[in-house]
Design a protein around this ligand. Structure first.
Ligand code: ATP
Ligand code: MG
Length: 282
């Protein structure tokens, strides 16, 4: 029970806390649709008539200077912050502005915060076990034998996140990068349709960054992935479409080459090519 309390007190919204999932209809449009969304904090417009569309299976990178509204945008999508006006739809069926955080999570929107929040005393396997998808029937039996199907799913996710060899090690002794992958794995256990990942490679080694690039590009297609990141080398290595946020709105959108040669983007964010990464990092 202590564990349950600890889980409930964390930022992560676990799927099993929410009602059963209803399907996301993407037959006639994008998986995520934001239109004219604005939010002000004490009179400051952090998000300013933001329009954004993410297609099913897409990998989208969001870049922009500190304070551009990237995290606030994720807060709005996940129900943590309510916009003052605008529309936010998940597929054509789900109006996210009518839902609370657990309901939004239960639709299949998983969010990875910057700091890993794995359960350090538990093994990698147990962390994944706890994050098992919304099947409430699994929950009472967690301490008993897992079904073959559940075990297979954990094994599959262990392979995806590259931690098969660490399955029985406590999460607390993993490297920073491995903890980040484990947390992505915990989100994957809930079979999300859309993953929101905020600054995944901050604090990672070059090698960990390369592995994270492989992981995220491998996830796209199976689910939609939105990645906010300041490390331009990393963004360049994974980017298909890049959206540049500035003062709460989209300043530019296109391929990495297109946005990085856009004079407005260079002026507000990238600077000269030689100081890209230094200036762009937080
Ligand atoms: N809950 C809040 N209350 C007051 N101001 C807020 C709140 N959340 C965000 N802000 C402000 O909104 C603006 C956008 O912040 P946000 O964290 O979304 O930027 P960001 O693009 O994620 O920046 P960074 O790259 O530094 O993470 C900032 O000026 C921030 O101070
Ligand atoms: Mg942020």
């Amino acid at each position: 029970m202590n564990l349950l309390k600890e889980m409930a007190s964390r930022d992560r919204v676990f799927d099993f806390m929410a009602p059963a999932r209803s399907p996301v209809d993407v037959r006639h449009g994008p998986i995520l649709y934001l239109e004219d969304v604005s939010v002000s904090f004490d009179g400051f417009r952090a998000i300013n008539d933001l329009n954004l569309t993410i297609d099913d299976g897409e990998l989208r990178c969001i870049i922009g200077p500190n304070g551009a509204g990237k995290t606030t945008m994720m807060d709005i999508i996940t129900g943590k912050t309510r916009p003052d006006h605008g529309s936010v739809w998940f597929g054509s069926r789900h109006d996210l502005l009518t839902m609370n955080e657990p309901q939004i999570a239960s639709l299949g929107i998983g969010r990875k915060f910057q700091k890993p929040t794995v359960f350090e005393a538990l093994t990698v396997f147990e962390n994944l076990e706890l994050a098992m998808a919304a099947d409430k029937r699994i929950w009472p039996t967690l301490t008993a034998r897992l079904s073959g199907e559940a075990r297979d799913r954990i094994d599959e996710v262990l392979v995806t996140i590259g931690l098969t060899g660490h399955r029985d090690r406590p999460a607390g002794i993993l490297s920073h990068g491995q903890k980040q992958w484990l947390e992505i794995g915990m989100l994957l256990m809930q079979r999300p349709r859309l993953l929101l990942v905020d600054e995944p490679v901050a604090g990672m080694t070059e090698q960990e960054m390369e592995r994270t690039a492989e992981l995220l590009t491998g996830l796209a297609g199976k689910q939609s992935v939105v990645v906010v990141e300041h490390d331009m080398g990393f963004v360049r290595s994974i980017a298909r479409t890049v959206t540049v946020l500035h003062q709460g709105s989209v300043l530019a959108e296109g391929s990495m080459d297109q946005v990085s040669s856009d004079p407005r983007v260079v002026e507000v964010y990238l600077g000269t090519e030689s100081d890209n990464t230094e200036d762009a990092r937080c």
